[in-house]
Design a protein around this ligand. Structure first.
Ligand SMILES: NC(=O)c1ccc[n+]([C@@H]2O[C@H](COP(=O)([O-])OP(=O)(O)OC[C@H]3O[C@@H](n4cnc5c(N)ncnc54)[C@H](OP(=O)(O)O)[C@@H]3O)[C@@H](O)[C@H]2O)c1
Length: 272
């Protein structure tokens, strides 16, 4: 495989950080972007890696960093939209600002980066756009309501762009991890707290116990880094790449069973 040049958002921790390290082992050059470039000092010493400050909620920041990276690297082959976080809690208690920030980061952040890159990739007549979705972009589960909305939106947009961008030599991919042990269920988690009187307290307690156990037993981010690499190098029209054991089995179950069965099975597993 020829040496490739990749651009990635949210490279300070978890899946983003592991992906940069994995791509370096393949001899790739990587533009590793993150909100605070001091957060992943270890990346600065890796061969072929350059670190840039980028907050995907800032439109001007996205445009100028994409231009700078394009010039510094003399083009980019693979764009990885990884930055994101998960809001969790009863939808009824989510404020307008919380909903907007979730969509602005996970969905609009991806939109902004793609919009900045597409004209450049068209000139180059090739490129791969990889968007981090999730099993949460295919199947709805309790309390991740607006996170699901953001990932379902990424899925729909990406599937549509498959047709639009193919004539220009641009491939699109969705990487869909299941639970992965990162900062996602730690510092990147935003709890939407419902007042006692709304009647969700017991339900939230039960679901949180289930999710906390699930994340504590989850696979590492290296699994997703390998899936991202596979999605980047594979030719053809396969756009969805489930990642990790749980994602793969859940997708099979989702395909083979009616939605009503999935919901009954999920409730049984969660004890609700
Ligand atoms: N872990 C899972 O179970 C799982 C499963 C499915 C999908 N995913 C998806 O995988 C992606 C990476 O998550 P992760 O699990 O690796 O979690 P993580 O360790 O918390 O990493 C999230 C990254 O996103 C960055 N980020 C958040 N808001 C940003 C913004 N406005 N601009 C730029 N960067 C921003 C964070 O930067 P800071 O360091 O500045 O906060 C961090 O680098 C997310 O899109 C997530 O939805 C995760």
């Amino acid at each position: 495989m020829l040496q490739q040049k990749a651009f990635i958002t949210g490279a300070s921790s978890g899946i983003g950080l592991e992906t940069v390290k994995y791509l370096v082992t393949k001899g790739w050059q990587v533009a590793a972007t993150m909100r605070n470039p001091d957060a992943a000092a270890e990346l600065k010493d890796l061969p072929g890696v350059r670190v840039y400050a980028l907050d995907v909620t800032q439109p001007d920041n996205v445009k100028s960093v994409v231009q700078t990276v394009w010039q510094d690297f003399g083009g980019i082959d693979v764009v990885i939209n990884n930055a994101g976080y998960g809001a969790i809690g009863p939808f009824e208690s989510a404020t307008e600002a919380q909903i907007q920030l979730q969509m602005d980061t996970n969905f609009m952040g991806t939109v902004r980066v793609m919009k900045a890159f597409i004209p450049l990739l068209k000139q180059q007549k090739k490129g791969v756009l990889i968007n981090l979705s999730s099993v949460a972009g295919r199947v709805g589960m309790p309390l991740y309501n607006i996170y699901h909305a953001s990932k379902f939106a990424v899925e729909g947009l990406t599937e549509s762009l498959y047709y639009e961008l193919r004539p220009f030599g641009i491939r699109v991919r969705l990487v869909e991890p299941g639970p992965i042990k990162t900062e996602f269920n730690g510092r990147s988690r935003e709890d939407l707290v419902a007042p006692e009187g709304l009647g969700y307290t017991r339900f939230v307690g039960q679901i949180n116990r289930f999710y906390n156990k699930m994340f504590s037993e989850a696979e590492g981010a290296d699994v997703v880094a390998k899936t991202i690499y596979k999605a980047a190098i594979r030719k053809g029209s396969k756009i969805r790449y489930p990642s990790g054991r749980i994602a793969k089995s859940l997708m099979v179950l989702n395909k083979l069973t009616p939605g009503s069965w999935m919901r009954v099975i999920s409730r049984k597993i969660m004890g609700i």
